[in-house]
Design a protein around this ligand. Structure first.
Ligand SMILES: [Zn+2]
Ligand SMILES: [Zn+2]
Length: 150
């Protein structure tokens, strides 16, 4: 008796080569993320793609976002559950300060290893350990502050 192997099983697994490069779909989704001026959620991305005549399933979208995250093209803002393009020059995302304006959604990577390390060290002294290597700062940007928002 020969072992049963469904013919579509192999096709469902992406090859390693495919996993390493920026395919058309990945590039298109990255373009959409870059075109937003605030972090964008996965379901909004699916809507944007639909607007361009592309149907992307949630599974494909999350897999694509995971690829873009792993390869340093984008970042995820955890408390918003949303994504934004990486604008920093850092190669690995081991030390990341991410500022998000809670009023207008403007997001900025703060490329300041000294500040990051100081915060990290002080938090550890206080017995607080970051669950990943990012610190997200939710605050007000200069223009929102100037316009009277707290
Ligand atoms: Zn970055
Ligand atoms: Zn703002």
């Amino acid at each position: 008796m020969t072992p049963h192997t469904p013919s579509d099983k192999k096709a469902a697994q992406p090859s390693q080569e495919e996993g390493a490069r920026l395919t058309r779909l990945r590039r298109d989704i990255l373009d959409v993320i870059c075109a937003e001026n605030a972090p964008v959620k996965a379901y909004d991305l699916i809507e944007r793609m639909r607007g361009k005549g592309r149907r992307v399933t949630p599974t494909t979208m999350y897999r694509t976002l995971e690829f873009l995250l792993q390869n340093g093209f984008i970042h995820r803002v955890n408390f918003l559950n949303a994504y934004l393009p990486c604008t920093g020059k850092h190669k690995n995302h081991t030390a990341l300060l991410l500022f998000v304006c809670s009023e207008c959604g403007q997001t900025r990577e703060i490329d300041d290893a000294q500040l990051y390390n100081a915060m990290h060290r002080r938090l550890n002294e206080l017995g607080i350990y970051l669950k990943d290597s990012r610190i997200e700062i939710q605050a007000a940007c200069q223009s929102c502050r100037a316009s009277g928002n707290p």
